[in-house]
Design a protein around this ligand. Sequence first.
Ligand SMILES: *Cc1c(COP(=O)(O)O)cnc(C)c1O
Length: 388
Amino acid sequence: MNFERIQNSNDAYLAENYARLPVAPIGGKGATIEGADGKTYVDFGSGISVNNFGVNDEEWKNAVKAQLDKIAHVSNYYYSEPQGRLAELLCEKTGAKRVFFGNSGAEANECAFKAARKYSYEKYGAGRYKIVTLRGSFHGRTLFTLTATGQDAFHRYFDPFVPGVDYAEANMSDVRRVADETTCAVVVECVQGEGGVKALDPAFLKALERFCKERDILLVCDEVQCGNGRTGKLYAYEHYGISPDVVTTAKGLGGGLPIGACLFFGKTEHVLKAGDHGSTFGGNPVVCAGAYNILSRLTDEFLLEVQGKSEYMRAKLRGTDGVREVSGLGLMIGLTVDGDSKEIARKCLERGLLVLTAHEKVRLLPPLTITKAETDEGLTILREVLKK
Ligand SMILES: *Cc1c(COP(=O)(O)O)cnc(C)c1O
């Protein structure tokens, strides 16, 4: 089907909640995407940090196909081999004790918020329910996770919101003001993605960890976007030397199929009991088999390569005309640019490069496996676009 027909059907029949750019990816290899228009594109977006091993990754496809040939769905009435294997590997690699699987980042966070309220209820009784999140954060689109998202722009039209959520600036004096005796959890993205690719201040996160430990407030790290190798560590909190009580992740963990995971550490190990939470598709065997393959390849050696690629790209970007500031961590890169970020993304697309935006910034989340040749090709296009 040619691009115009795809575009027409999308515009005519899909809900109008996305502002789509004029390209329809239909295939490709690694960080090179093939469009229905017959053109190829360098991918600096990886489907918002989902295709971390690029597209059409053979190993991942083989893992998925092998499971598809056995059984594609098992209800959570029963035991599951792929779920067990993946949960075991997640725990081995992070020190977590137990894992809940859902289908998305929002569901991983929803689980974390419910678990935090239950943890607090069981220990301290009713009334200790408040979830504190940061201004500029993004935690999802369900009503609870949207409420938790600390950006007013997302909140229009949808009130009344879930009660018991409040926002703090990313500094301790504001956290102290907002996080009172009714608070059960503080939620942070160590590197805010949608909010503008901002790495949080290490001193703030260390102080926040201490603050939470002293009050038995759960520290929840939302690693949906910054996790799974994106920043050059398996999870971004590792850069900060902090020990969260709960970690949520999704996007890159599935290698292209939908998954969300909520990891429970130490004191939250036994919070969820039979009947407290669930998901029909959560922990789907095909998805988990793929995710196991992805996670098993995020080795220390691989992560060092990601760090090297990040240094290479950042050095080049810092010397690029029209780039005023380079933010983020690892291959999660934000560019403060001269000019409108959305317009720049459009111009990059016209020249064969896919980039993302986060408010006024251009956001680059290339596949972690991107080659030097693909990187250079993309950077050349970006340089041309930014020059004028
Ligand atoms: C994308 C994202 C989410 C929501 O994930 P979905 O899979 O879209 O529900 C939550 N938190 C962060 C930090 C994200 O980047």
